[in-house]
Design a binder for this molecule. Structure first.
Ligand code: SIN
Ligand code: CO
Length: 414
């Protein structure tokens, strides 16, 4: 499989086989958040880049989220990983499924697959979950709050879907399973076929023989969650934000009279706080700063692997100018105009480094040619990249196929 690290702007109007020949623009207008789309052979001749055994090995790691769902005699059971291989049911047992979250963080080929969906902003792309199911396995009819692309990777799965409004859940089951699922359409997906579902669309996928399905999932925080987190940000950064200049030191009450009711809250204290709150201000800058930090923050179970023996800076510059660099699949690099955010941290970027960082953020890699003149003039970009390399956020060397493909598309796009 080839990686396609294409910045959105070069591809949004060209038909993508991945979307059944629709251009990303057309897909977003007609289907995204609106209606399901079945794409036969979205990836022609697709063969799962990760074997069943490799997936089971990931489910045994404690930095990987996994769940096991078994269904027998109308009973559903949910267990959380990590799972040693011998904790999984035998392959010959029917109706069980193993779900492994965030596989893109651990398997480069799966990360490369996820990159194909970057016609949608990184801030919205979440992860690739891979499910392995034995014959008859599935997670039951349900709906998700997020959009999802369900790519069949191995074997066959029968999907039934419906636009129902009835969201009554089965009682006494550890999973959200729809009580009154009514399917309106039904297909059997084979390797390379893909089904897009908008949020809230009921679906039920049942394996026909053993199968593996890749769910390319999206991130849609609750509005309440966004607001709460912004308020935490304001609170945490209050001392550094412009309204801090109104802070007047410690509360004082020179006019406080003697009281008959000592337990009553004093008016002056309430009034002081209200007038302080009226001075709290935020604007576009604070909102952008918050979103950049928050959305680029790695999930709690993500750990980076710094190089055991980092190269010296000069050796690093030499290597980079011959091999290029790639962001680690775990790194989130976002930007808004001239402000950059990497793995939860805002970054002061000198003017000289901005254009290179922007290319790196959109492509997720720089080829050797793009790093060739670092030695002569780009001290600032070298400092940033070396720091990321030493933290395990950036890796030496290209994804050659991805870079070559990008060059070809760029040339075509002029
Ligand atoms: C699965 O792959 O079994 C479940 C995916 C989903 O329904 O979202
Ligand atoms: Co689902």
């Amino acid at each position: 499989m080839t990686a396609a690290r294409l910045p959105r702007m070069t591809t949004s109007r060209s038909p993508l086989p991945l979307l059944g020949g629709l251009a990303p623009d057309a897909f977003m207008k007609r289907y995204w958040h609106k209606r399901p789309l079945l794409i036969r052979q979205a990836i022609p001749g697709f063969s799962a880049p990760l074997s069943r055994e490799a997936l089971f090995a990931l489910a045994a790691q404690d930095d990987v989220e996994s769940r096991l769902i078994t269904h027998a005699r109308k009973r559903w059971q949910l267990d959380h990983g990590p799972f040693d291989i011998d904790a999984l049911p035998p392959l010959t047992r029917k109706q069980w499924t193993l779900l492994v979250q965030g596989v893109n963080l651990h398997a480069p080929a799966v990360d490369a697959l996820m990159q194909r969906f970057r016609f949608i902003p990184d801030a919205r792309l979440d992860d690739v979950m891979i499910s392995y199911a034995s014959d008859g396995g599935g997670v039951g009819p349900h709906l998700d709050s997020y959009d999802v692309f369900l790519l069949q990777a191995h074997g066959k799965r029968r999907w039934r879907i419906g636009a129902q409004r009835d969201t009554t859940w089965l009682d006494d089951v550890p999973l959200r399973i729809l009580k009154n699922f009514e399917a309106e359409e039904e297909w059997v997906l084979e390797p390379g076929d893909m089904l897009y579902l908008p949020p809230g669309y009921a679906h039920d996928g049942v394996a026909e023989g053993e199968c593996m399905t890749y769910s390319i999932g999206f991130r849609a925080p609750l509005e309440q969650e966004m607001l709460q987190n912004f308020l935490y940000y304001l609170a945490e950064n209050a001392a550094d934000l412009p309204f801090a200049r109104h802070f007047a030191g410690r509360y004082a009450d020179p006019k406080q009279p003697a009281v008959k009711h000592p337990a009553a809250l004093p008016d002056a204290m309430i009034d002081t706080l209200i007038s302080q709150l009226e001075r709290v201000r935020w604007g576009q800058k604070e909102v952008e700063d918050f979103l950049g930090r928050w959305l680029s923050e790695p999930k709690s179970h993500v750990f980076f692997d710094p190089p055991e023996k980092p190269l010296s800076t000069s050796r690093f510059v030499h290597e980079v100018s011959t091999r290029g660099v790639t962001l680690s699949a775990k790194t989130q690099l976002l930007y808004r105009r001239n402000r950059y955010f990497v793995n939860g941290e805002p970054l002061e970027v000198p003017i000289s480094a901005r254009s290179t960082l922007r290319i790196l953020a959109d492509q997720r890699e720089l080829d050797a040619a793009e790093c060739a003149d670092f030695e002569q003039k780009d001290q600032e970009i070298v400092e940033i990249l070396y720091d990321w390399y030493a933290s395990g956020w950036l890796l030496l060397g290209p994804d050659a196929k991805g870079v070559r493909k990008l060059r070809a598309v760029r040339k075509k796009a002029g």
